[in-house]
Write a protein that binds this ligand. Structure first.
Ligand code: FEO
Length: 397
């Protein structure tokens, strides 16, 4: 297989995973890529590697340009196994002069592969490494999204190798942003941020501020997943800036699970109340929508309404799982309200409220709970809840 030239003497040597459908709980319906890059210079430098299952494709593209033993330096921007799974084998073949990684990267490599004798070189922000005609500099990006994460910047080409940041789980024959459908790109960029980076939004803001202070010129962003931003790197940065500020877009998202359709009936009447206030909404029954797709919609929504029947004094399992996922990613600055039908004990609304309190949602109503099948007067209360949420959204716009 052939490599793809992305700049003068810089090549993509990654692998395309068309078949992956689950990335530890993230539904990757369009597959993904593991991007690795090779710089041909006086010191031939490999940036990142690929998942162990994709090694044949990687070696095939790499050896299109060089023999592994010709490589001098290996840069490890991130130690997670989708980028380092074949690293021990590659190091064995390459016998690199340097393995360049962050301070935390060295620790993570030691904890993964237990090889203290590897030739680690700690990348220090502000201290460049010359590889000949090209110069590498490094950005500390701790917790974006692992402690070891860092970015590598090639000064002469103005390319930012951004590891997982700005990635998309998208398998495609195309390698660049201008070659694919733009709505598809935005959908997958959004889903990636929502499911991987929401929790780290304050750190994303700080990083973007420091990139602006550094006056870093960026001609291309080359993430480790999906396509490379060569035509509009600023688009990716603007999206991250917007999402990391947690500003709602004036819409509501109703997420629910239902046993005998009573909670669903409540959800639909709440939706009618939102329509009365001219607020766009989405209705997501967790029986039909994957939690990682719903998470994309959580990212932009101004209000989240959670509905659940009570089952065995608790939540229906799909909602319990969704809440666990949501609390882990901790979206902020959301208006919240809960609702649900019950038979005799009715704890679900209380549990939903507790979860929203923990995430510091602005809970604007104590929650609606009705026994078995809601009456017409109960459904009128649901519509009024929708209208109340709608008015609150408009107030905050
Ligand atoms: Fe693509 Fe955090 O690994």
């Amino acid at each position: 297989m052939k490599s793809v030239q992305i700049s003068e003497n810089i090549y993509w040597v990654g692998a395309i995973d068309w078949d992956i459908r689950d990335f530890h709980g993230y539904s990757t319906n369009r597959g993904t890529t593991y991007n690795a890059f090779l710089i041909i210079d006086e010191k031939i430098t490999l940036i990142d590697t690929v998942k162990a299952t994709m090694k044949e494709e990687f070696y095939s593209r790499l050896t299109d340009i060089v023999k592994p033993e010709q490589i001098d330096y290996i840069v490890v921007n991130h130690v997670e196994m989708d980028h380092s799974g074949i690293l021990p084998e590659v190091i064995e073949k390459v016998k690199p002069e340097k393995i360049i990684c962050s301070k935390m990267g060295k620790k993570a490599l030691l904890d993964h592969f237990h090889q203290p004798e590897w030739p680690y070189e700690i990348a220090v922000p502000g201290e460049d490494i010359s590889i000949g005609k090209k110069t590498l500099s490094f950005l500390e990006t701790r917790m974006l999204h692992w402690p070891d994460s860092m970015f590598t910047y090639v000064k002469e080409d103005k390319i930012l190798f951004s590891s997982d940041a700005f990635g998309q789980h998208l398998a495609s024959s195309e390698r660049f942003d201008d070659e694919i459908d733009q709505s598809l790109l935005l959908e997958e960029l959004t889903k990636y941020y929502a499911n991987i980076l929401t929790l780290f939004s304050p750190k994303v803001q700080k990083l973007l501020e420091s990139v602006a202070e550094m006056n870093l010129e960026i001609n291309m962003i080359a993430p480790d997943h999906g396509v490379l931003f060569r035509s509009r790197p600023e688009f990716a940065i603007e999206c991250y800036d917007k999402w990391s500020k947690n500003v709602g877009n004036g819409t509501a998202l109703i997420v629910y699970d239902t046993m005998w359709k009573s909670t669903e009936k409540m959800a639909k009447h709440i939706a009618q109340g939102l329509v009365d206030e001219k607020i766009p909404y989405k209705l997501r029954n967790l029986q039909h929508y994957h939690h990682s797709d719903v998470m994309s919609e959580v990212l932009d929504a101004s209000a989240i309404l959670l509905g659940c029947s009570t089952l065995n004094n608790g939540l229906v399992p799909r909602m319990a799982g969704f809440l666990m996922y949501l609390r882990g990613l901790r979206p902020t600055n959301k208006i919240g309200a809960a609702f649900g039908s019950f038979g005799w004990s009715g704890e679900a609304v209380k549990l939903l409220n507790e979860a929203m309190e923990e995430m510091k949602f602005d809970i604007i109503h104590p929650g609606l709970r009705f026994k078995y099948i809601p009456r017409e007067s109960d459904l009128e209360q649901c519509m009024e809840l929708g209208r109340e949420v709608g008015r609150k959204i408009k107030e905050e716009l």
